[in-house]
Write a protein that binds this ligand. Structure first.
Ligand SMILES: [Zn+2]
Length: 336
């Protein structure tokens, strides 16, 4: 049964009228008085004013979903760190049991660091700013030329370090279509990173990028002289993948992508986009329920701005003409 609510309103009459309003449910139901209502969503309202029923053009404001996690406050040119941090933190917060294990098993120094910081063993919880600054300090200690304290960071360099792992994630190979059995002497090194970099290659979408195999390379077959093709084999099923996008790229940002590992397809969901423009990085966080949140360490600080559902947000553009610089996807555990 739809919920029946009686209340006064005056949208279509100078005098308040007493009316019966039916809050819709999410089912097509036949009520006892033989009224069948096709219900769109929980905010749709029908008004019954004598007979016949008249649908009133009233929309109850959609209640905002609650902010998925606290934001982080910018400090000392931290915007590049803030953007990466916020996306990883919101992913971890969405399912801390899962991501504790995944970060711990990632064999990545910095994902391990976050796992330890996000799951503190002590009673005194560090603030997000403390965790970020500890991370910056350690990055600076390891490579001051790349992570100079207090200065702007190269996002490429930061993502490279964060997603570096001891696991062999992908193995590129050069092959000749006509001579697949010829042993190629100059195959590239295995890739030990959860970061994908397009380099100079141009793709129309992330899906095309990740499925693109067989691109011609400059090397030639020793038997026939034809250009070789590059193929890439995935050796592990990553829990998280990041894509570094050239600033000029206008590719489609797919909400979902898939990769094939050992003949099995694995589906991934977009969980974050980092934008750059005006010498400043900001982030959009995408929750598992596809709600999109905007974070800017300077303007929103500990808060975030709700932007709507993923399907309604223009991901290619962000506030102040910022454009995408990096994407984050996580593996979907239960594929439907
Ligand atoms: Zn050949």
């Amino acid at each position: 049964m739809p919920k029946k609510v009686t209340k006064k309103h005056s949208l279509d009459s100078p005098n308040p009228v007493k009316s019966e309003i039916y809050l819709a449910t999410q089912h097509v139901q036949s009520t006892s008085n033989k009224v069948v209502k096709k219900v769109l969503n929980a905010q749709t309202i029908y008004k019954k004013k004598n007979k016949p029923s008249i649908q009133v053009d009233v929309q109850v404001p959609t209640p905002l979903p609650s902010q998925p996690c606290s934001g982080i406050i910018w400090s000392n040119n931290s915007c590049g760190y803030d953007a990466v941090f916020m996306i990883l933190y919101s992913i971890w917060r969405s399912d801390s049991l899962r991501w504790c294990e995944s970060f711990a098993n990632s064999q990545s120094i910095w994902l391990n660091y976050f796992q330890n910081c996000f799951s503190p063993q002590t009673a005194s919880l560090p603030t997000l700013e403390d965790i970020r600054d500890g991370w910056r300090c350690q990055l600076h200690a390891q490579a001051p030329e790349n992570f100079s304290w207090g200065t702007f960071v190269s996002l490429d360099q930061l993502l490279y370090d964060v997603f570096l792992t001891e696991l062999i994630v992908r193995v590129p190979k050069f092959l000749c279509d006509l001579h697949p059995s010829v042993n190629i002497q100059f195959n590239p090194m295995p890739l030990q990173s959860f970061l994908m970099s397009s380099g100079t290659d141009q793709f129309s979408s992330i899906s095309e990028w990740i499925q693109c195999d067989g691109q011609l390379v400059r090397h030639r077959c020793q038997e026939c002289g034809l250009h070789l093709k590059q193929k890439t084999e995935w050796r592990v099923v990553p829990e998280i993948l990041s894509f570094e996008i050239a600033l000029s790229a206008q590719m489609i940002i797919d909400p979902k992508i898939s990769i094939v590992v050992n003949g099995n397809s694995h589906l991934y969901q977009l969980r974050g986009v980092i934008y750059f423009g005006g010498q400043h990085f900001v982030a959009r966080l995408i929750e598992q329920d596809t709600t999109v949140w905007y974070h800017d360490g300077v303007l929103t600080g500990r808060n975030m701005i709700y932007e709507g559902l993923l399907e309604s947000v223009d991901l290619k553009h962000c506030h102040d003409n910022k454009t995408p610089s990096a994407l984050f996807y996580t593996r979907i555990l239960h594929q439907s």
